[in-house]
Design a protein around this ligand. Structure first.
Ligand code: SF4
Ligand code: SF4
Length: 166
């Protein structure tokens, strides 16, 4: 009985404490956020961006596969037809309305995986706090990468510029 208590209770506790003690000897790293920021991991998934092709056309074709794959049901897509006079994407259709409710998003990345054109991507901008609920509805205008010549203006554009990375 005493042997079992030693093996099943005391030994795991001691080994846990030893592990903690070992970590205490390591150098501490303090990051003075927000002045300092850590380099995110390459596959970090935070803020969404809707990408464009180099010629400015939108990659999104309004197929709603991302909305279907989303486990939190937080994507809304309303598609419309492109015309020769008014063309937004290379395909037949484009997303007339595209919205993500960021309060419901769990940043799983399923939308990115499901997208056939690589239009919706999750990038590393994690500073998503805001003050009111409506501000968490990211509309197409907020999500869409700026036209190549507009890149670099505004808070959301800054995040969107990160999407230029392949
Ligand atoms: S990251 Fe996941 S939860 Fe968030 S919009 Fe995409 S599929 Fe939905
Ligand atoms: S983001 Fe991709 S999956 Fe979603 S509607 Fe657009 S093209 Fe389809």
């Amino acid at each position: 009985m005493i042997t079992e208590i030693g093996k099943d209770v005391i030994r795991p506790i001691v080994s846990g404490l030893l592990l903690t003690a070992k970590r205490l000897r390591r150098d501490k790293t303090t990051v003075f956020y927000p002045e300092q920021k850590r380099q995110p991991f390459p596959r970090t998934r935070w803020r969404h961006v809707l990408k464009r092709y180099e010629n400015g056309l939108e990659k999104c074709i309004g197929c709603s596969l991302c909305a279907g794959a989303c486990p939190a049901k937080c994507i809304y897509v309303e598609a419309a037809d492109n015309t020769d006079e008014e063309r937004y994407s290379p395909g037949e259709r484009y997303a007339k309305r595209y919205e993500i409710n960021m309060l419901r998003c769990i940043f799983c990345g399923f939308c990115q995986e499901a997208c056939p054109t690589g239009a919706i991507v999750l990038r590393s901008d994690f500073e998503l706090a805001d003050y009111s609920r409506p501000d968490f509805i990211y509309t197409k205008e907020r999500l869409l990468e700026p036209m190549p010549e507009e890149a670099g203006s505004g808070r959301d554009s800054e995040a969107a510029v990160q999407a230029s990375a392949p």
